[in-house]
Design a protein around this ligand. Structure first.
Ligand code: SAH
Length: 235
């Protein structure tokens, strides 16, 4: 945890917060925090700055705040991702928050098992928990927006064109396609397939909606690695 995140529920007033949960355990067990120590804090959706530990014991930590810095900017990216299996989803959500993705659309696709949509990892509070872990890692405070689309065709036909409008759209697809571009500044929509890849019909639909297929080369990467490699390359 490189940033202790808090919300209005933790506030004791303008300048003070009180934490009691996993954050208290982290302060005590990992950081060994003591009264007088300073650490990085941030308000979810707000500013970051420093927090000075006033009191810390078995039950609570009380910190005084000095919040004066905006969180780091997000990438100019809208990510469209075929829903991964639950274990991968958790990692992907952390990575999405950590790398600065502002908007994530999880979509269905032929090779996404229907049961994946039932996973507890997709419940709003779990999604938020994984995203917060990513934010705590990278010192951001702004939760990415996450939307789920359980039907491929209506998403691609009705929503995707609006998401692409005014920017470029790329479809990461292994094969003989142009290489993924580098150092992009413009608003970009990036679609990444499921572990089994998009089927030809889906590729056709995505291309018809305006996505240009791009490749990272001959190696087929796991979704989480493809995500990191693609974002590292693009921005
Ligand atoms: N089994 C599929 C690959 C799926 S990999 C196949 O053989 O085609 C999961 C997703 O990661 C892909 O849909 C793609 O979006 C992305 N990906 C993985 N490796 C890639 C590469 N070399 N180039 C572009 N995208 C890649």
């Amino acid at each position: 945890m490189n940033l202790l995140l808090f919300t209005a529920a933790d506030r004791l007033g303008e300048q003070r917060i009180r934490v009691t949960d996993y954050r208290l355990r982290h302060l005590r067990q990992v950081l060994g925090s003591q009264a007088g120590d300073e650490l990085r804090v941030g308000e979810v959706g707000g500013l970051t700055g420093s927090g000075c530990v006033e009191i810390i014991d078995d039950e609570q930590a009380i910190l005084t705040l000095n919040l004066d810095q905006p969180p780091p900017p997000k990438l100019p990216l809208c990510l469209v991702l075929a829903l991964p299996r639950p274990k991968m989803l958790r990692r992907v959500l952390r990575t999405v928050a950590e790398l600065g993705v502002g908007e994530l659309h999880l979509i269905h696709s032929y090779r996404v098992e229907k049961s994946y949509w039932q996973t507890p990892a997709l419940h709003a509070d779990s999604v938020q928990r994984y995203l917060l872990e990513g934010l705590e890692q990278c010192r951001d405070t702004v939760l990415p927006r996450v939307e789920c689309h359980r039907r491929f065709k209506p998403f691609v036909e009705d929503l995707l064109p609006g998401l692409i409008e005014g920017g470029q759209a790329l479809l990461a697809h292994p094969g003989d396609y142009p290489p993924c571009p580098r150092q992009q500044r413009e608003q970009t929509l990036l679609a990444i397939g499921p572990e089994g890849g998009f089927i030809p019909y889906e590729v056709e639909k995505l291309v018809a909606a305006g996505c240009a297929p791009v490749s990272l080369g001959a190696r087929i990467l796991r979704v989480e690695n493809a995500l990191t490699a693609l974002l590292g390359r693009l921005f």
